[in-house]
Design a protein around this ligand. Structure first.
Ligand SMILES: C[S@@+](CC[C@H](N)C(=O)[O-])C[C@H]1O[C@@H](n2cnc3c(N)ncnc32)[C@H](O)[C@@H]1O
Length: 265
């Protein structure tokens, strides 16, 4: 029998990359680098599951910075507040419908909690509800609250940054740095900060000039990456949350990397 360790995951997030963690870890190990920089960190699903002594989590979205910082500084109080709603369906929906507010006697925690709640019950940072008011809404929230305790150990190890990709890459670039790059795709406005075609071209210029190593992910079906970066180093077919590899629901993820990648095929 094969047992798999459960991945750390604390929120629903569009474009989250838990399905390719093994490939990212393998490239990082192969690179010989000592610092892992998750440049477009999003939900933290990559940073929280990487094995490295130095992990830098970065995202331009201020809410994500506020949430991860509060989880580091005030975990016990945050968890108590989040768990109170996970234990009581009525309280959960009272908060969801705005009939009650959270009083954690600390505005930083209250703000971080509302961000966590919004990510878990709405569409990421955009605040547009996609979660239906049904059983799965409460169930998913409960699941992610119960994931918090294990994830908090991983979050404690991360250094948290809130910078544009150009600045963070300049700040940490060295021959010992590995950049993981999972940018938004131009034309898909899923996030608070999205990417223009110019940002994409700029990222293309930055990656070719780094002293360190990098691995970059795109959906293999997107045309622009091939135009800008050429053929990917390799492609992984992964199941999405509802499907299996080979099913119509699975997606193909392209990897571009300057770590010798032939052995990864
Ligand atoms: C595809 S998502 C990353 C998903 C992440 N790998 C995960 O597993 O959750 C892209 C992220 O890039 C962030 N972002 C957008 N523009 C950025 C910029 N100029 N610099 C840094 N981050 C940016 C967005 O806020 C979003 O969270």
């Amino acid at each position: 029998m094969v047992y798999q360790l459960k991945m750390n995951r604390i929120m629903k997030y569009p474009g989250s990359k838990t399905s390719v963690i093994k490939d990212i870890q393998a490239l990082y190990n192969r690179s010989g680098c000592r610092t892992f920089v998750d440049v477009f960190g999003g939900s933290g699903s990559v940073s929280m599951n990487m094995d490295s002594r130095n992990i830098i989590y970065n995202d331009l979205n201020r809410d994500l910075y506020t949430l991860f910082t509060a989880l580091q500084k005030h975990f016990a109080q945050f968890y108590r507040a989040a768990n109170a709603l996970a234990m009581d369906r009525k309280l959960f929906f009272d908060y969801y419908d705005g009939r009650i507010v959270m009083d954690a006697e600390n505005p930083e925690i209250e703000r971080a909690f509302s961000i966590f709640f919004n990510f878990n019950t709405g569409f990421g940072g955009m605040g547009e509800t996609y979660g239906k008011k049904d059983k799965s809404l409460f169930g998913n929230y409960r699941k992610n609250v119960s994931n918090l305790i294990k994830a908090s150990h991983a979050i404690d190890r991360m250094k948290i940054e809130n910078m544009d990709f150009r600045s963070i890459m300049e700040k940490y670039d060295s021959p010992e740095t590995f950049f993981y790059l999972d940018p938004p795709y131009p034309g898909k406005n899923w996030y608070v900060h999205n990417f223009t075609a110019d940002d994409f071209m700029e990222l293309g210029r930055v990656v070719v000039s780094v002293k360190g190593k990098y691995a970059m992910n795109f959906n293999a079906s997107d045309a622009l990456p091939v135009k800008v970066f050429g053929k990917p180093s390799f492609v992984r077919e992964e199941a999405n949350q509802n499907g299996r590899p080979g099913s119509t629901q699975s997606r193909k993820i392209a990897f571009y990397t300057n770590v010798v990648a032939t052995a990864m095929r």
